[in-house]
Design a binder for this molecule. Structure first.
Ligand code: NDP
Length: 256
């Protein structure tokens, strides 16, 4: 029997960027723990396919396609959820993009896109979710997805690094303002995980060898390996944990 502290039955989780990759794995983990899901992405067709696949597994799923960087679209999506009687108890700010380019070659538009998609989105979606959680007075959970770059830099990913460092501190800022309302805001920092975002790196023998050599676990992470930490941070088991970032990285950040 599963431990009652980790039971998410009766809760609804909105996971941004959950049509594929880590967001999908996190969403499925939350559903396995009993949560109803609101899936999100920009590609409506892919989102509908993912929603159908999870419904076929017996989970309660609805799809909300919207661009997490578009303030009006985010507000409209929450208004639609309100109208449908769907209350978001758990928010996972997962949607993100990568762009690899030397800093001196980067345009302002490229910088802005990465910052908006990885950082500003967590503010926009987090704000709408928290406004409603505070009004309801039943608390809530916010889980932001950081990265190893929340702590350490790497060449050619400067805006991503700045955004993910920002995600770590935004998480603390959310905790500072929302903890008194029974909302816990925490973050997960995944290590190198095998998803579409990393296709080019996975196919690059030198990079693949570097990841395996640099990671004490000697392998890439699997998306489903984030589910346990996500369930913990979404559940009553973490009700006095706030402003933390947990790295799920096979030990990479802990060693030189
Ligand atoms: P993927 O590229 O595999 O998936 C990205 C997801 O985000 C898709 O569902 C995509 O939707 C969605 N998305 C992108 N832009 C937007 C937007 N503007 N509005 C709404 N949804 C959007 O990425 P990963 O699964 O690899 O990454 C997920 C998160 O994890 C990101 O925040 C990433 O930075 C972080 N991360 C990933 C690591 C890894 O090794 N993979 C390591 C550390 C952190 P659509 O399908 O419609 O395009």
């Amino acid at each position: 029997m599963s431990h009652p502290l980790f039971n998410l039955a009766g809760k609804t989780a909105l996971v941004t960027g959950s049509s594929r990759g880590l967001g999908l794995a996190i969403a499925e983990g939350l559903a396995q723990a009993g949560a109803a899901l609101v899936l999100n992405g920009v590609d409506k067709e892919r989102l509908a396919q993912t929603a159908s696949a999870l419904q076929a597994k017996g989970y309660s799923v609805q799809a909300a396609a919207f661009d997490v960087t578009d303030e009006a679209a985010v507000v409209a999506a929450f208004n639609r959820l309100d109208a449908a009687g769907t209350q978001v108890d758990i928010l996972v700010n997962n949607a993100g993009i990568q762009l690899r380019k030397p800093l001196v070659e980067l345009s302002l538009a490229e910088w802005d896109k990465v910052i908006h998609t990885n950082l500003t989105s967590a503010f926009l979606v987090g704000r709408e979710a928290a406004r409603r959680m505070i009004q309801r007075g039943q608390g809530g959970k916010v889980i932001n997805i950081g990265s190893l770059t929340s702590e350490a830099a790497r060449a050619t990913v400067a805006p991503y690094t700045a955004a993910k460092g920002g995600v770590k501190m935004l998480t603390r800022a959310m905790a500072a303002e929302w903890a008194e309302h029974g909302i816990q805001a925490n973050a997960i920092g995944p290590g190198y995980m095998a998803t579409e975002m990393n296709t080019a790196l996975l196919q690059n023998p030198a990079f693949d060898a570097w990841v395996k050599g640099r990671t004490p676990a000697r392998r890439w992470g699997r998306p489903d390996e984030l589910a346990g930490t996500a369930v913990y941070l979404a559940s009553a088991a973490s009700d006095y944990v706030n402003g933390q970032i947990i790295y799920v990285d096979g030990g990479m950040l802990a060693v030189l």
